[in-house]
Design a protein around this ligand. Structure first.
Ligand code: PHE
Length: 488
């Protein structure tokens, strides 16, 4: 309908000078008309020029005065010929109309105050403000002086309209045939296709921006780190079991059963399916023996090892549980093959939650299993790995893990933060852990672990972990995050 109106009008007139006026005169919304104009312009059926127009419109208060009269006129009309007490008038008019009306009426010299009385100074008054507002509302032009006065009284505001002026275009037609966009079965059957005009392909049309998924920052860094491991020849370990038994999470790692990490304050234990029954019996016996009495050159811990404790199910506290399963599987092979394994997956700790800690996080873990590995190999591989992450200045500090000896915390100098930050933990797995599995005596395992959240927060400048993980994450932040390239 809007299209017919435009084309019809231009058939007998040279131009439509203002699309807003035109929309109002034919009774269509301007947005609808604007869509028609854009389409007609695209086909060069009309020439459209953008125009901006300014006009004054009434504020809510202005509209009220236009309908009911200005406060000064109301004030004047409420005064009887003999005058009236201020207080009675105030009550009659309400405080707002009284205040505004008395000031404006006094300024117009319409009224006078005599002691407590208000009196008329003139016989009658013309409500000029109401008249002017009505004229402005009708789109009439009024003097600048009037505009300024009304603007100062906040009765009118300026509004800017964007619109178009239109002329016939080079391909003007008084009626546009609707171009067909598809050739359908019905067209062919009915023979319509012979008369149809088909819409041309516009190969220059810009495709709409695709709002597809965006990688969360953790996934971006995850992918980069995964690439580094793959470039270094590591294979991924299957980490798809959040629930683990204490046996694989702790006991097999030579972590004694009284160790504080095995307390429910540090570990989430399961209530349902609270026990694992299926454990490798021969190996379990060896683990029990090494905890109780040692062996392989070790004294052990000398306590009474309990199967019941090892059977307790928990949410794994580290992916080293998976590394342990992998090493055990490797030890079961007939001939030993060296391996480089990695994983990046979720772990859980029953910790107080704060700006930098959640009860769950992602652990990155690297493990190399080969004959004759030394601490020098560990340091070398860590330097290689971390320099690929963009951290080439490393320092190591002796540390303690029940399952590694020696153990080292890894620190890296952060240029942005201008300080040494802890970036990971590492070590060489103890013989008490490897030999009961059945790995050959000359095989050593070097390994390290770090969190995915720490480097991600540093890289993206995030200081509160809740902005990175959990229900408070802002999707726009994820959408607008720069892509991640480590080590450049
Ligand atoms: N499991 C250790 C942790 O939770 C990381 C680690 C992995 C340490 C391998 C040494 C060797 O922090």
């Amino acid at each position: 309908m809007a299209e017919e109106a435009v084309l019809g009008f231009l058939q007998t007139n040279d131009q439509i000078s203002d699309s807003h006026q035109f929309a109002a005169s034919v009774g269509v919304g301007h947005t609808e008309l604007e869509n028609v104009i854009k389409s007609l312009k695209g086909f060069e059926i009309v020439d459209a020029q953008e125009i901006t127009r300014e006009s004054w419109v009434l504020t809510e208060e202005g509209k009220k005065y236009m309908v009911n009269g200005s406060p000064e006129a109301l004030f004047f009309s409420a005064i009887p010929p003999e005058g009236i007490s201020r207080n009675i008038l105030k009550e009659k008019l309400g405080i707002e109309t009284f205040d505004i009306g008395s000031k404006a009426a006094a300024k117009n010299k319409w009224i006078a105050f005599e002691k407590d009385l208000v009196k008329r100074k003139v016989e009658s008054v013309e409500d000029e403000v109401k008249n002017l507002l009505t004229r402005i509302n009708n789109g009439e032009v009024v003097s600048d002086q009037v505009i300024n006065d009304l603007k100062r009284r906040k009765l009118i505001v300026k509004q800017t309209w964007k619109g178009y002026s239109l002329k016939r275009g080079p391909k003007y037609v008084s009626k546009r045939k609707k171009a067909a966009t598809d050739l359908t079965r019905e067209h062919i059957v009915s023979g319509d296709w012979k008369n149809l005009e088909f819409k041309e392909y516009n190969v220059n049309a810009e495709a709409p921006a695709i709002q597809v998924g965006y990688l969360h920052s953790l996934l971006e860094v995850h992918e980069e780190i995964q690439n580094i491991f793959l470039q270094m020849g590591f294979e991924e370990m299957p980490t798809n079991n959040f629930v683990e038994s204490s046996f694989w999470n702790f006991d097999a790692l030579f972590q004694p059963q009284q160790h504080p990490a095995r307390d429910s304050h540090d570990t989430f234990f399961l209530e349902t399916a609270d026990r694992t029954k299926d454990l490798p019996e021969d190996y379990l016996e060896k683990v029990k023996r090494v905890h109780e009495f040692g062996g392989y050159g070790s004294k052990g811990y000398g306590y009474d090892w309990k199967r019941d404790e090892a059977e307790k199910n928990l949410l794994r506290t580290h992916t080293t549980a998976v590394s342990t399963r992998m090493l055990f599987a490797l030890a079961q092979q007939e001939t030993f093959t060296p391996k480089r394994y990695y994983s990046i997956d979720r772990v859980f700790r029953n910790e107080a939650v704060d700006r930098t800690h959640l009860a769950e996080f992602h652990q990155i873990e690297g493990v190399i299993c080969d004959r004759g590995l030394t601490l020098g190999d560990l340091i070398g591989v860590l330097e290689d790995f971390f320099s690929r992450l963009g951290m080439s200045k490393l320092r190591f500090k002796p540390a303690y893990n029940p399952y590694t000896e020696p153990s080292m915390e890894i620190f890296s100098y952060h240029d942005g933060l201008q300080k040494w930050v802890e970036v990971g933990n590492s070590g060489m797995f103890r013989p008490e852990m490897l030999l009961p599995m059945g790995l050959p005596e000359d095989v050593n395992v070097i390994a390290w672990g770090l969190s995915l959240e720490r480097p991600t927060m540093i890289l993206y400048g995030i200081s509160n972990i809740r902005d990175l993980f959990g229900p408070k994450v802002d999707f726009n932040l994820i959408k607008n995050n720069p892509i991640c390239r480590l080590g450049i």
